[in-house]
Design a binder for this molecule. Structure first.
Ligand SMILES: [Zn+2]
Length: 308
């Protein structure tokens, strides 16, 4: 009996020292559960346009295909769209209200990644556009009415700008992001006790800043992986950028978020590509591969940080 107790105590001792050496992970909750897909524009807001198509339709087509592909590859994921038809999300009547609705929906659904799909315009008309060039001056009129007038020739320029760009929010304009993160901090950030959480306290601020840093790093990671896939598929990738003026929807979502410009509708060939089944499937497959790499990377990072 004594022997048995001693063995039991020894076993308990070994178990306790082992658990203190290798503490059990608090939870192995999946890092990615809900993905928010946001097709740019919609309804009264067509976005930019090409020779024959509007941005709001192309972004919806790509977004629905992306959601389907993500769901098929990762059945455990919850996919939430900000819109699935040609409306301003939430049936809002202004672009600003639409942006607010998108961000609120993403936060309410506890999104773990926000993917915003857009198409680009270079600011010139699509296809070809006329440009005037000064070739010289000619004299008109007689006597006092005599004057020199400039002579222009008009020629057509092909709209050649092509390629993809991914945007993440600008770091020094991240105050609304901090608010959104703090809001989510109070709701559910995987903690067991939120009831005694002081939202205005220094602890909340510090945690908010930590999450903000992590979200920024993860947004940059996902954006980089997306652009790498685009480049690998032979597209011209403009890389990951931060806009000088912040992007409302990215700043107001309390989660890693990336806005993907999938190509220029103002370029004739790229417009055809973005409207084609082949083009849309390729864009979707590139984002899906990037998502797979992103998931693997953040899961690996969690495991190494736990071990270390
Ligand atoms: Zn757009």
């Amino acid at each position: 009996m004594i022997k048995k107790t001693t063995t039991l105590l020894t076993l308990c001792g070994i178990f306790l020292s082992l658990t203190s050496l290798y503490p059990m992970p608090p939870s192995q909750k999946p890092l990615l559960r809900t993905i928010i897909i946001d097709p740019g524009h919609g309804g009264f807001d067509p976005g930019c346009h090409g020779l024959f198509s509007k941005e709001k339709d192309v972004t919806l087509g790509i977004s629905l295909k992306l959601g389907k592909a993500l769901q098929k590859a990762f059945p455990e994921l919850k996919i939430v769209y900000t819109r699935t038809t040609d409306i301003m999300p939430g049936n809002k009547t202004s672009i600003q209200d639409g942006i607010r609705y998108r961000a609120e929906l993403a936060n309410k659904q506890h999104g773990d990644l926000f993917i915003c799909i857009h198409c680009n315009s270079d600011g010139h008309p699509p296809g070809h556009y006329p440009v005037q060039r000064l070739t010289g001056y000619k004299t008109t009129g007689r006597g006092k009415k005599k004057k020199k007038v400039p002579v222009y020739v008009t020629y057509w320029v092909k709209n050649t700008r092509t390629g993809t760009e991914s945007y993440i929010w600008k770091a020094d304009r991240s105050a609304p992001k901090g608010d959104a993160i703090n809001q989510r901090n109070g709701e559910n950030m995987g903690d067991s006790d939120n009831s005694a959480f002081d939202m205005a306290g220094p602890e909340a601020m510090m945690r908010g800043q930590l999450y903000e840093k992590k979200y920024f790093a993860n947004s940059a990671l996902f954006g980089t992986l997306v652009e790498r896939e685009f480049a690998g598929a032979g597209r011209h990738s403009g890389g990951v950028m931060q806009r000088q003026v912040g992007i409302g929807v990215l700043q107001a979502t309390g989660m890693p978020s990336v806005l993907i410009e999938t190509g220029f509708l103002t370029n004739k060939e790229e417009e055809l590509y973005l409207n084609s089944k082949r083009g849309q499937n390729q864009v979707v497959s590139n984002i899906l591969t990037a998502f797979r790499r992103y998931k693997q990377t953040i899961e690996k990072n969690r495991n190494t940080s736990r071990k270390g």
